[in-house]
Design a protein around this ligand. Structure first.
Ligand code: ARG
Length: 655
């Protein structure tokens, strides 16, 4: 709703002639902003404290029994006052004139907290039309991404979210799975907040191992399999050739022992030495080195084969990512980092005395900043660069290419040290401004991730297994199962939701156990449960339309006809309060950067919905009541849908 439309609602339901609005707040997007502004006005008048101090202290409450908004009195920073007494004063007793308000009840005091409850009638008539009107954008707020909120022409802030970042020809392990899920969510989150988001995948696609792979492909590769299943096939090839390389290394070791023994006995060692030399010169390891050297030297044929592996893998990844509603703007990777950027970085490090020589290698001693950071190698003795060196160069290049305002690396906590070193080195190089824009979003491990066929190696296998399991679960309800149009597709979507919700349920940093039975259950805080709640809300709508053909099909239309003042039952009011909170939950999520903030809210909201069904029936009620309740449920469906999409889930309409 526009502010003008809101003003009309307000004069009608609350007798207010203007919409309360403090500077830089968004009443048209967030109902809580209206209430915060309103309460601020009242409190400023009553206490003489400046509005801009009061406003930000009015916080969203995790528990609705504490009020819809809560003021922590100490946060007002009034020196020399007794906080409890001051809370009483604000609330009521000392100043018994907390003004009568059309929007909020008299505050409730709890120690140094003052809780405010919104008056239901005004809230309902405000929030439901607001949700219906905003639709898929309800809750999101594109103003947070503005460089200057008071001047939209100054443009939007840019963020790079680097996530997933698997290694070609290596397993897609749990760390990559979590990075994909959490990173996809964060990209949506910043997008919803109006940032200009660059989704980046930083592939592990460079190094001697890609020489090994090419040698292996010569030996074991199949063109047909490569095209059909590049990720799996390259991995198989890599495993086979690595085995040979390892056997050769063992053989050399054994031969060297034999040479030693022969020499000790004074016997001729030349035959054995010849064998060693032959392996060293012609074995996999040397062939791989030669091959990788040709790649480094930019030889077209060598690079062509490698590029083909990379391109085919990316094509395959794209398909899998699409199942998770993820697409990338930039498939970068270790291979893409230019020597020039790494050389430039090396020069700066040397000039500023950041790096030093150590036995022919170049290191950065970070212990002077913190013992924990240790010493980092940035160039090996043989002159080759490392993972860290590439990341330093990459940060350079990304700044140049994107001029980002923020960059997030979504990487497992096993790499805490690596990223801490990276940021510290950037700072030491005199690029504190860049370092400050970078953030490592880390996460814990997944325990016991395996498929039915053994340890999980690829994302596709995990998704296939969970989808199959979901299919079995669905079949246990025969009648319902028969109504689902495409059960395989639906079970696939439900399986993906199961995996994703399980991953996002807890705080990111916590480890969790991959538990197929639990995640696919329809009970408890699971993905299938959320999907079920969404499908049920959709079916309410379908059934109502079927029962009464005079009901307009468009939710906007039936809500316009509805008398929302009929929604007075405690269940209806409780649900409206939850729905009104969604935009504030979104803002809170920008602060926590935790998907669990969204999930916990959605579960709570969905519980409020499911406990309402018995009390707030739609079909069978009088037409007027039916329209009002239908509007309420439609609003709930919209909020659930928006929340699920923010998490990266695809809400289903039937299951
Ligand atoms: N490919 C790396 C791995 O699998 C993750 C890359 C993380 N990102 C980065 N900029 N270092 O461990």
């Amino acid at each position: 709703l526009s502010v003008d439309e809101l003003a009309q609602t307000f004069s009608k339901v609350a007798g207010l002639d203007t919409v309360p609005q403090q500077p830089n707040t968004y009443p048209a997007l967030n109902p809580f902003d209206i209430y915060r502004s309103h309460i601020t006005e009242l409190l400023a008048k009553q206490t003489g404290i400046e509005a801009k101090i009061i406003y930000p202290t009015l916080a969203w409450t995790a528990k609705s029994e504490n009020g819809d908004l809560q003021l922590a009195v100490p946060a007002l920073r009034q020196k020399g006052k007794d906080m409890k007494a001051f809370a009483q004063e604000i609330g009521d007793t000392a100043l018994p004139q907390f003004p009568e308000s059309p929007l909020v009840e008299k505050p409730v005091i709890n120690g140094t907290f003052v809780g405010f409850f919104f008056k239901p009638a005004a809230l309902t008539s405000l929030v439901i039309p607001q949700i219906l009107k905003a639709g898929p954008s309800y809750g999101f707020n594109p103003n947070f991404g503005l460089k200057d909120p008071s001047d939209p022409s100054a443009g939007r802030k840019k963020i790079i979210v680097e996530f997933s970042s698997p290694n070609i020809a290596k397993p897609f392990h749990a760390g990559h799975l979590r990075s994909t899920i959490i990173g996809g969510f964060l990209a949506n989150l910043y997008g919803g907040a109006g940032w200009d988001v660059v989704r980046m995948n930083y592939l592990g696609d460079w190094g001697k191992q890609y020489g090994v792979l090419a040698v292996g492909f010569d030996e074991f590769g199949s063109e047909a399999e490569l095209v059909q299943n590049p990720i799996g096939h390259l991995y198989d090839v890599y495993v086979k050739i690595s085995k040979i390389a390892a056997e050769e290394a063992d053989k050399i070791k054994a031969l060297k022992e034999e040479v030693k023994e022969l020499a000790a006995k004074g016997e001729d060692t030349s035959a054995k030495e010849g064998e060693i030399k032959k392996i060293e010169d012609e074995g996999v390891d040397q062939q791989a080195r030669n091959y990788f050297k040709r790649m480094v030297d930019g030889e077209e044929k060598a690079l062509g084969i490698w590029k083909r592996f990379r391109d085919l893998s990316i094509e395959k990844y794209k398909q899998t990512y699409a199942r998770l509603n993820i697409r990338y703007d930039d498939y970068s990777g270790e291979s893409q980092i230019q020597d020039e950027s790494m050389d430039a970085a090396a020069r700066i490090m040397a000039e500023k005395g950041v790096s030093e020589d150590s036995d022919g290698a170049v290191i950065v001693d970070l212990t002077k900043y913190s013992k924990k950071l240790g010493k980092a190698i940035v160039k090996k003795k043989d002159g080759t660069s490392l993972y860290l060196t590439r990341d330093i160069g990459a940060a350079f290049e990304r700044m140049e290419k994107y001029h980002f305002d923020k960059m997030i690396y979504v990487v497992a906590s096993q790499q805490d040290l690596h990223l801490a070193q990276l940021f510290k080195i950037e700072e030491a190089m005199g690029r504190k401004d860049v370092a400050e824009k970078c953030q490592h979003i880390n996460f814990g491990m997944v325990l016991g991730m395996s498929t039915r066929k053994g340890t999980a190696k690829f994302l596709d296998d995990i998704l296939r297994d969970v989808g199959e399991k979901m299919h079995e679960v669905m079949k246990t309800n025969k009648t319902k199962y028969e109504q689902v149009e495409d059960p395989v597709k639906t079970s696939d979507t439900l399986g993906i939701s199961a995996v994703m919700v399980q991953d996002m349920r807890g705080k990111r940093i916590n480890n969790y156990t991959f538990d197929m039975d639990r995640m696919t259950s329809f009970e408890g805080d699971t993905g299938p449960y959320l999907q079920y709640a969404h499908a049920r809300l959709c079916s309410i709508h379908r059934k109502a339309l079927a029962a009464d053909p005079s009901i307009p099909t468009s939710p906007q239309d039936f809500t316009a006809q509805a008398n929302l003042a009929l929604l007075t039952e405690p269940h209806a009011v409780g649900l409206v309060r939850q729905l009104a909170a969604w935009p504030d939950v979104f803002i809170n999520t920008i602060k926590t950067q935790e998907p669990t903030t969204v999930l916990m809210y959605l579960f709570k909201m969905v519980h409020a919905v499911s406990s309402s069904y018995d009390h707030l029936q739609v079909v069978g009620s009088e037409r007027e009541v039916m329209l009002a309740r239908l509007s309420l449920y439609y609003a709930a469906r919209q909020v659930l849908n928006n929340g699920m999409r923010l998490l990266g889930l695809s809400p289903v309409e039937r299951m």
